[in-house]
Design a protein. Structure first.
Length: 738
């Protein structure tokens, strides 16, 4: 290393002594960064993208631009603010503009991320050339910055753009300050640097560290340039101080009480070293915290390893500050950018590590170490074997980056990849279960959600707090009802009573339906939080839907009346709201929800995918209209039965037709229709008995077999009654009244 000058700042190695190539490689490395991550334009919305963009109506129109600057980042209709009051209006603005340009197509969002990463890489290499004094060191650091697999979370995941956009603007502010210092007056560039700083802060709070990085250039400069940079440093420090004061005293990021967790912090440090050295498997959930025997578990080996890393990093930083101040400041800057995220205090973040947090700190660390090692690092990079090793490492990184694109194709692919890495992760099981429910696979959805409530998953309490686990129970009860045939009245009534009790804060219903034990309740605070965060809408909508299956119209109307337009953000199956209203013959209400569904969640559905639902509503409305004008009671019942059957309420259709069948009236082919309805309701035994008595063994069995074969896959898999059904005892009274 060169001897330090009087200011304690070592002169950087010159290109002639360090064996540098004669040109800057910034553009080439930036282009490589773009090309490597370009396949991500084929990916969709995953994980937080769904909440922040796809299902967030606040990101779908230019009329929401003003709102982006007057609310916190996570203040969405579907999520509230989540207790973390991030203020990132420029990121929300970018979502709105990308949506406007692309019409909601995810490829453009991904393309914007890739271009931003390329820009950040270009600026990083340019800064690296100046800060290390070596194009060769800047080249090596630039390749690492561009390709390290921790970049996949920042670039391929749309929601990861916060770090990328902040870094671009942060580097731009530094570069503009340097360019402005070329003239004594600074010119317009002197104003552009603070402007970029403000914009960076509006992307992510960590940008407040800019004055530290400007200090590197101040240490490297001299004369008029140094004085110009100092002026910019003073302005940026003032802006950072004002912003920090506002965030601490006016609108703090966290509302929780400050709580120190040093063991978790040391464990996190070790986990991030693991992610840096061996970033595989690619996952959002590396080293999730485990809760056992009434306390969180911090593995001793990780805590000890983290302590060694902290001591070693501290010693390196102090020595660098004494021998080469710019290198020391770069190492200090990496720690400042990273430190608040290391779980030494409760952060409000439920994961131990997040790869996107490495985006800026890893680059600063690389430059700091590279500058500190100076000539030695350049000599090592000049060795052919070292270069071959770096080429091999870069090839591995490239392969990981491209492979990770496959995981980001859609929600299903992402959560399947996470389950391969962490089979018991409760938040992944919950998210994948909800995705399977939206896609109509009720059985797998139920199985996944049930797994998230088992001991292997509940030990990850930080990932799935009690109130969120309670919401999962809400969904399990609703899904179990969806898995239960209409004719299985006993179980259906039990599930309905539990849904209604949960929705109205009533007493628990004791019992067991299949694999699900009913009666789960939590302390009032957690129960209330589960209800406030969308649980009340889940329960009211699902209880109303089951009520219309059983014929309890009075309670169904009561429950539906509690749901405002925002409920569409929470309900498990939004189409069920339309069907519930239609079964009450409120077709205006059904179509109102259909319009809300198309307007707010239309991006979830391919064009015309809701047309079958619209057709069902039209057909059922026509049937009920014919029933109202029918000339005989039997004809009225037949039309009403057809209407209910069209809306999937097979039990209610049976109750309409039963008096007609028992009267023996000459009403045409009602008998086969009645048999079909019995089969659809899971009452195969009664269907066979009736068909055989009317048509004989052969024709009767053939009729029932045809009815079974015509059922949808969902109806075939429903849980049928194990013994005689109670459906006939419902008569004309409300069927499932709590």
């Amino acid at each position: 290393m060169d001897e330090p000058d009087r200011a304690g700042t070592a002169a950087p190695p010159s290109p002639t002594t360090s064996g540098d190539p004669g040109k800057s490689w910034a553009l080439e490395i930036a282009l490589a960064a773009v090309l490597v991550f370009l396949p991500s334009i084929l990916d969709g919305y995953v994980y937080d993208d769904v909440l922040l963009i796809r299902d967030n109506r606040y990101a779908h129109g230019l009329d929401q631009l003003g709102r982006a600057f007057t609310t916190f980042f996570w203040q969405l209709a579907r999520t509230g603010s989540g207790g973390l009051h991030y203020y990132r209006p420029l990121i929300t603005t970018s979502y709105i503009l990308d949506w406007f340009v692309s019409g909601g197509k995810p490829w453009f969002f991904h393309f914007a991320n890739v271009v931003a990463h390329g820009s950040a890489t270009y600026l990083f290499v340019k800064l690296g050339e100046r800060w290390t004094g070596s194009r060769l060191l800047a080249f090596a650091a630039g390749v690492l910055f561009a390709l390290h697999p921790s970049r996949t979370e920042s670039v391929e995941w749309i929601a990861g753009r916060t770090d990328v956009y902040m870094t671009v603007l942060l580097f731009a502010a530094i570069e503009l300050a340097w360019r402005a210092s070329e003239r004594p007056s600074g010119g317009a560039r002197a104003l552009l640097s603070p402007l970029c700083f403000v914009l960076a802060i509006l992307c992510k709070e960590a940008a407040v560290m800019l004055p530290v990085l400007l200090g590197v250039d101040v240490l490297l400069a001299s004369g008029d340039r140094k004085r110009a940079l100092l002026r910019n440093l003073y302005v940026s420090t003032g802006l950072a101080a004002v912003y920090t004061a506002l965030r601490v005293f006016v609108f703090p990021v966290r509302l929780q009480k400050l709580e120190f967790t040093p063991a978790y912090g040391l464990m996190t440090v070790a986990a991030y070293v693991e992610r840096t050295v061996l970033p595989w498997p690619q996952t959002f959930f590396h080293r999730p915290l485990v809760f056992e025997n009434g306390t969180y578990v911090y593995p001793s080996a990780l805590v000890f390893g983290g302590a060694l890393v902290v001591l070693a990093y501290g010693a390196l930083s102090v020595r660098a500050l004494l021998r080469d101040r710019p290198a020391g400041v770069l190492l200090l800057g990496a720690a400042i950018a990273f430190g608040p995220l290391l779980n030494f205090t409760y952060t409000g973040i439920f994961v131990t590590t997040s790869d996107h947090f490495l985006y800026l700190p890893l680059g600063l660390f690389t430059l700091g170490v590279g500058r500190y090692q100076g000539v030695r690092a350049v000599r090592a990079l000049s060795d052919r074997r070292v270069r071959l090793g770096l080429v091999g490492l870069a090839s591995v990184y490239l392969g990981v980056d491209v492979l990770r694109c496959l995981d980001f194709r859609d929600q299903e692919s992402m959560f399947r990849a996470e389950l391969r890495a962490h089979p018991d992760n409760p938040i992944v099981l919950k998210s994948l279960g909800e995705e399977r429910a939206r896609n109509g696979d009720i059985d797998e959805a139920f199985s996944l959600l049930l797994r998230s409530t088992l001991p292997g998953s509940t030990r990850y309490r930080l990932l799935m707090p009690e109130w969120l686990a309670t919401q999962t129970y809400f969904r399990l009860v609703a899904l179990q009802a969806s898995r239960t045939a209409d004719g299985n009245v006993g179980d259906l009534q039990l599930l309905y009573r539990e849904l209604y009790s949960l929705a109205t804060s009533g007493p628990p219903v004791q019992g067991k339906v299949g694999e699900l034990t009913l009666g789960r309740r939590l302390p009032p605070r957690d129960q209330a939080l589960a209800l406030e965060q969308g649980g009340r809408e889940i329960l009211a909508s699902e209880a109303a839907f089951v009520a219309t299956r059983l014929g309890d119209d009075a309670h169904a109307k009561e429950l539906l009346s509690t749901l405002g337009p925002d409920a569409i953000e929470y309900v498990p199956v939004a189409q069920n709201l339309c069907l519930a209203h239609a079964r009450l013959q409120d077709f205006d209400g059904a179509r109102r929800w259909l319009r809300i569904l198309e307007g707010r969640l239309g991006s979830q559905f391919p064009p015309h995918s809701l047309d079958p639902l619209r057709k069902r509503l039209d057909t059922a409305e026509s049937d009920f209209a014919h029933a109202a004008s029918a000339s005989s009671r039997a004809e009225r019942r037949i039309f009403r039965a057809r209407g209910f059957a069209e809306l999937g309420a097979h039990l209610r259709a049976l109750r309409e037709l039963r008096p007609v069948i028992e009267s023996g009236a000459n009403v045409g082919p009602v008998g086969p229709v009645y048999v079909n309805l019995l089969v659809a309701a899971g009452l195969d035994g009664e269907a066979l008995e009736l068909a055989v008595s009317a048509l004989g063994p052969d024709e009767g069995q053939a009729l029932v077999q045809r009815a079974r074969s015509s059922l949808s896959p969902h109806l075939r898999k429903l849980r049928k009654p194990e013994g005689p059904s109670e459906w006939k005892t419902l008569g004309k009274a409300p069927g499932g009244a709590p």
